[in-house]
Design a protein around this ligand. Sequence first.
Ligand code: ADP
Ligand code: ZN
Length: 607
Amino acid sequence: MNTQALHILNSTFGYNSFRGHQADIIDRTINGQDTLVLMPTGSGKSLCYQIPALIRPGVGIVISPLIALMQDQVNALTLLGIQAACINSTQDYATQRHIAEQLRQGELNLLYIAPERLLMPKTLAFLEQISVALFAIDEAHCVSQWGHDFREEYLQLAILSERFPNIPRIALTATADKRSQQEIIERLQLNNCKQYISSFDRTNIRYYIQEKNDKPKAQLWQFLQKHRDETGIIYCLSRKRVEQLAQWLQSQGLSALPYHAGMSTQARHQNQMRFLQEDQIIVVATIAFGMGINKPNVRFVAHMDLPKSLEAYYQETGRAGRDGETAEAFMLYGLQDIISLRQMLAQSSGSEEFKRITRHRLEAMLSFCESSDCRRQQLLAYFDEHLEKPCGNCDNCLSPPKTWDATQAAQQALSCVYRSGQRFGVNHLVDILLGNLTDKVQQFYHQHLSTFGIGKALNKQHWRVLFRQLVAKGLVEVDVDAYGAFKLTESCRPILRGEHTLTLRQQAFNQASNEKLNKSPQKQKHMPIPSHLEPIWQSLRDLRKKLADKQGVPPYVIFHDSTLKEMLLTWPESLQDMEQIHGIGQSKLTKYGKAFLSLLQQHTPHD
Ligand code: ADP
Ligand code: ZN
């Protein structure tokens, strides 16, 4: 173990020990070797290149696609006493020249830069003249053409291996299945690369998936009751729905802001800033929001629509609970989601192979939703990780779903699809099964089909769910070119012939009555503030907010909640005491120690 690295961890960052593979990764990078780091969000990837950049001579170059967030990262590092800067196209000439001068003088420890900027011939030529400590390639999964964040420029980063053969490169990501891992190593041409893969289990996140009924807003509202006054992200598939939902939440008195790619850059930036700065705020967004959002105290992520893949689901839900405290991931999904996603896929201009892979991913997502097994076990299995026992912290563990023998109902549904000519969507099929004499039924003489009215044992909602489950199981498919008409697939034959039985998850339409899930997750680490300490807790937060505003950074950049709580708990009486607190290094001690100490001194621990 590199003692200098440990010293920096203690004195600069204020942490006691390295987590997981951090120490090994840091050692390797200091020694000049290439590394691929796969660690879930919030597990501490940044230290893996920040500390080597402080130890190796020269400046550490951090390549990131998230230009909007670079300044935040620089601000946070500056507060730690680290010399950092970023370069981007919004800066004026004087600023850029100043940074170039600092680089020439060897004054910077870290430089953040977007790939397109780095790849400019003049930037590369400039870097060849100065001393570079390392290249950190953040969000490295962007090289993967199959992933959801593919960036053309990332492919060209391979050039670093030719132009800077002696400089270590460290690629980092929080999402990559086996195939993308290989892709990253190949495409970035990492040499003798060692991979470090941490467990992807985010134990503090509780997964909770519900089928969407005809009042999704009410379902969301009920979920939000557990998260009053907390920060969260709500994802919707379309811009329109984002706007509508944000407005509705505002009309209910919540601070909710929309975020989607159709808004002006300025409006988007403003909402993102508010999200980072404020404490009790909800962003309603399309997936355009979130990459690189590192607000630590996001307490919930809700999906109003089905995500495109389990990777996307994992990534998006992973934005909750980065501070390690309890958080919840909530998802609603329904038949219409499947149809919409299939439609989007059909209309996409991607290659056949792209469509095939995308379809495969969607299917994995669906079977995840429909399954009765532990969500965490399944999610981790998708990333080739084996979790021994069910987790005890997901909906299926907390409230095991019942199953039923759906063979006969499935046979009725399948033969109804077949007899009506495989040309109709779910509403009409259900009308036939229920024996509803609608205009459309009469127009096609479907009252004379043998399946007309044979399904009265189930109601409309049950039939819709059953059709969705048949789609999820691949027994029927939705033909998006034919207005969502259902068609049979090969695999439904054994069921129609009675050779196979079909067991399905019983749908609980009244999940409102489910006590265990409606209770807030146990706040294990989330120590409640004793009521007599509330006023001083509030003063600590006010002081933090005041300091943050003065520096133009979000409050958590000054101190995390957990650091403030530790102050309350240990009541430091001197700067030495204060330095023992998690998250307080020398720079922050010097900057803020006195202010917090004198605030504490104005109270006594027991008043
Ligand atoms: P990632 O980039 O993997 O999402 P970050 O690098 O932003 O995660 O780290 C997440 C949080 O964990 C940060 O607040 C960071 O300061 C903290 N952290 C990282 N390493 C350690 C450590 N060894 N001990 C304590 N806290 C740490
Ligand atoms: Zn579980």
